[in-house]
Each structure stands twice: as C-alpha cells, then as structure tokens.
Design a protein around this ligand. Structure first.
Ligand code: NZQ
Ligand code: ZN
Length: 401
C-alpha cells in the first residue's frame, strides 16, 4: 500500500542481457584453464592482488590449471584496494608487449576493475583514462574472466569498473559502465572466501546490500522486482549474522557469494530508475581517506536514507517493514521509518561496522573538499529517488558524522 501523497511511475521498458557464465561451487577454480580454452583464449594475463591469493595457494592452482590446458600466461600482481591508474598503465604496456588476448582476474572488485580497465585500454590508441572522464567511449575490449575471492563489489557480473587517479586537480575515483567489459565467466567457489579477515566479509555485506538499495529506492513501481530484492536483502542479513558466529559455514558463504552477484548484475534494477547517490557520495570518502568502500557505505547509506525519507517516505516505509521487520502496529510513518533505519544501523554494528564517518576515518572529514570533488567528478546534482543538490550532499555527509 503506497503512502498517501507519494507518486510512483510505471515500470520502464527494459532489456535484460547479463550473459556472464557463473561456474559455482567447490573446487571450480580448477576449471580456470579448461574454461579459458573453451572461450578461445590465446595468451592470458593473470591479474591479482597483494598476496592473499598467493598465500592460500590459489595462484598455484590457477597456473597449474592454465598449464594443463596448454595456455601461456603473463602475471600482473600488486593490485591494491581502491585500485589506482598507475598499475593499469603498467598492465596495458604488458598486455600490448606480450600480445595478451584474454584477461583473468583472480580476486575481488579491485582486481577485476583493474583487469577491466586494462582490457579496454590495451585495444585503444589513446589514454585509457579518456573513458573515465567521458572523452571517449570504449568500442572494443579484450575478453575478461574472473576467479572471485571476495563477495562484495559484484564486479564479476557487472559492466562497471571503478578506478582512482590522482592528478594536479585532485583525486578522482570514477566509475564507468560498458557491456564490453562484463565478464564472460566468473568462477565462484565459496570456500575461497573462508580465508577472508572478518571485516572484509562485513565490508562486502555492506556493499552488496547497498547495490540493492541503489535500485530498490526508486520511484518506479515494480512489485515483483521489489519482492525478490527484499528476499535477497533479508537473506544477506540472515547469513551475515550466521557467518559472524561461524565463518566456515559453507551454505552461508555460498548464499552471500551468490547474493553479491545477484545484487549487481542488473536483475534487481530491471525496469526501474536507479539512484546511486550513496555510491557517489562514498566514492569521495574512499578516494580521500582510502577506507574500504563497504565501510564507507555503512556510514553514508543510513544518513542518505534519513535525509531523503523526509521528502520521499514511500520506499523507506516499505523497507522498514518488509526488510528490517519493523512491526508497524501503533506506529506512525515517521516512527516506522526511524525504527527501520536504527535497526539497519544496529545490524551494521553487530557485524563490527561503524556508522560514523568520523570514527571510520579517525579524523574530522573535510566535507567541503569532498563536495567540491564530487561536483568536479559528477556535476551539480546526483541521484534519482530524490535528486540531490551539492548542499543536500553536505547535509548527508554531516548526518553521517
Ligand atoms: O590484495 P589481497 O592480498 O588479495 O587482499 C585483498 C584486499 O586487501 C583481500 N582479499 C580478497 N580476497 C581474499 C582476501 N583476503 C583473504 N582471503 C581472500 N579470499 O580483500 C581486500 C579487499 O579486496 P578488494 O578487491 O578491494 O575488495 P572489493 O571486492 O570490496 O572491491 C572494492 C573495490 O570495488 C569497487 C570499489 O569502489 C572498490 O574500489 N567497486 C566496483 C564495482 C564494480 N566494478 O561494479 C561496484 C562497487 O560498487 C564498487 O564501487
Ligand atoms: Zn558498491
């Protein structure tokens, strides 16, 4: 039942084409070589991070699997969280010199996004950063495959890549989308996520939830999409609490891993006008203070919801009842919404996440500088559920303190 006085718009026409092949379950990493072969890979570039995949023996398993399939490869290691342009340039040089024809990312969002940037940059004669500043649009890409080690960013099934570049004008953490970079396949063994430090699991949970929030909080009427989105959100929260107690629970790991992909492969946004203001507000936080993206979202999203619900309460009310299980009996709309937001914050706290920006970064954030950077990177307004001015953005950062 919509709240009186709010307006919804009918579902948009849509095309859902999200063709990533998901290869899911125990030991599937051993299929990396045969899968690449099936996709016609020639020389492969293996991209990975700072050490966890080497330490766990995963890289050895992958290279054994490539060798067994007769595939040549070169390796680019050292991707850091909130990945930067420098390693992308290095990777593009390597890909061109070595005649790489297929990218294989072994890791999480940072590794996958780096591989995606290299994939479009290696077949472009200009500077890959042109794509991120809107100076050019990708028209070709090397194909990309993924072995996922952390459920979070959803990049294994998304058409997005987020890279940070520092220059004389400041820090730019920018996201772009192109169907050309949606991975051809993603190998997902939930057991690989059992080596994650607890906080990385928690950050991932906050990120995947927010990927659904960005689509759920919409003025488009879409009852079925909302219903399955609510089911996925409830399951993520249930399973996250299970993992907090028992991090080796396979079924909970499996649910969280699959949910991370469903959250961001487009399924939860079909026919809807999506929002994405919380993500853009957060990208400034992780760019300025190099915190984990999910940790930033746990501070920003509740503040965003508190702010926009005053002007557009409809979905906030539904969310409180259908996702946060607030009992509406005897409560007015404002109280239902307030209770929904405080229950969400409590859930984050139960996972060990703070919802205070000041506490997260350990200092007073420079709100004016972040908003100025946002204006430079995005423009004068952002979001759709309730379009925000730069003054609104300042208010939301203040609410997140
Ligand atoms: O570098 P290593 O040693 O591998 O350590 C990583 C890293 O420090 C560690 N890790 C990963 N798998 C592990 C593990 N440690 C132990 N065991 C494992 N199995 O986890 C740390 C974080 O990795 P990262 O890839 O940074 O995490 P995540 O997947 O959360 O990615 C975050 C990045 O993705 C972007 C974010 O902005 C951020 O830059 N996003 C990308 C999106 C997309 N392309 O669609 C959408 C998202 O909204 C997001 O913005
Ligand atoms: Zn995200």
């Amino acid at each position: 039942m919509p709240i009186e006085g709010t307006h919804t718009i009918v579902m948009n026409n849509f095309i859902f084409h999200s063709p990533t092949e998901f290869i899911f379950g125990r030991n599937t990493e051993n299929e990396a070589g045969s899968t690449l072969k099936r996709y016609g890979a020639g020389k492969v570039m293996l991209v990975y991070g700072g050490g966890s995949a080497e330490k766990s023996g995963l890289i050895r398993k992958i290279t054994d699997s490539l060798t067994a399939s007769g595939l040549e490869y070169v390796a680019l290691k050292g991707v850091k969280p909130n990945p930067e342009a420098d390693l992308v340039y290095e990777g593009i040089g390597l890909a061109v010199r070595e005649g790489v024809t297929f990218m294989l990312a072994v890791g999480g969002g940072s590794v996958i996004d780096t591989a995606k940037a290299i994939a479009v940059g290696a077949v472009y004669s200009g500077d890959f950063w042109d794509f991120y500043i809107g100076k050019a649009t990708p028209v070709a890409s090397l194909p990309i495959g993924v072995v996922l080690t952390i459920p979070a960013a959803g990049s294994e099934g998304s058409c997005k890549t987020v890279i940070t570049k520092k220059d004389d004008l400041g820090i730019h953490k920018i996201s772009i989308g192109s169907e050309l970079i949606r991975p051809r396949f993603a190998i997902m063994n939930p057991e690989l996520t059992m080596t994650l430090p607890w906080m990385q699991t928690a950050y991932g949970v906050a990120d995947m939830l927010c990927h659904i929030f960005e689509r759920y909080f919409s003025n488009t009427e879409a009852q079925l999409v909302n219903a399955y989105s609510e089911a996925i959100m409830r399951d993520i929260m249930d399973q996250a609490l299970t993992l907090k107690v028992n991090p080796d629970d396979y079924n909970a790991r499996a649910d969280i891993m699959w949910a991370g992909s469903l959250a961001h492969n487009g399924l939860c946004g079909v026919g809807k006008v999506e929002d994405w203001a919380s993500h853009r507000l957060e990208h400034e936080v992780s760019a300025f203070y190099n915190v984990a993206h999910g940790a930033g979202l746990a501070c920003i999203f509740p503040a965003w919801l508190l702010y926009v619900a005053k002007r557009n309460p409809d979905m906030a009310w539904k969310f409180a009842i259908n996702v946060m299980s607030v009992n509406p009996q005897g409560l007015d709309t404002d109280h239902i919404i307030a209770h929904g937001i405080s229950t969400l914050k409590q859930f984050y706290n139960d996972l060990g996440l703070t919802t205070s920006l000041r506490e997260l970064i350990g200092e007073e954030p420079d709100i004016d500088a972040m908003v100025e950077s946002l204006r430079h990177n995005i423009g004068d307004t952002l979001g759709n559920y309730m379009p925000l001015s730069m003054d609104d953005c300042k208010e939301i950062y203040r609410l997140a303190l």
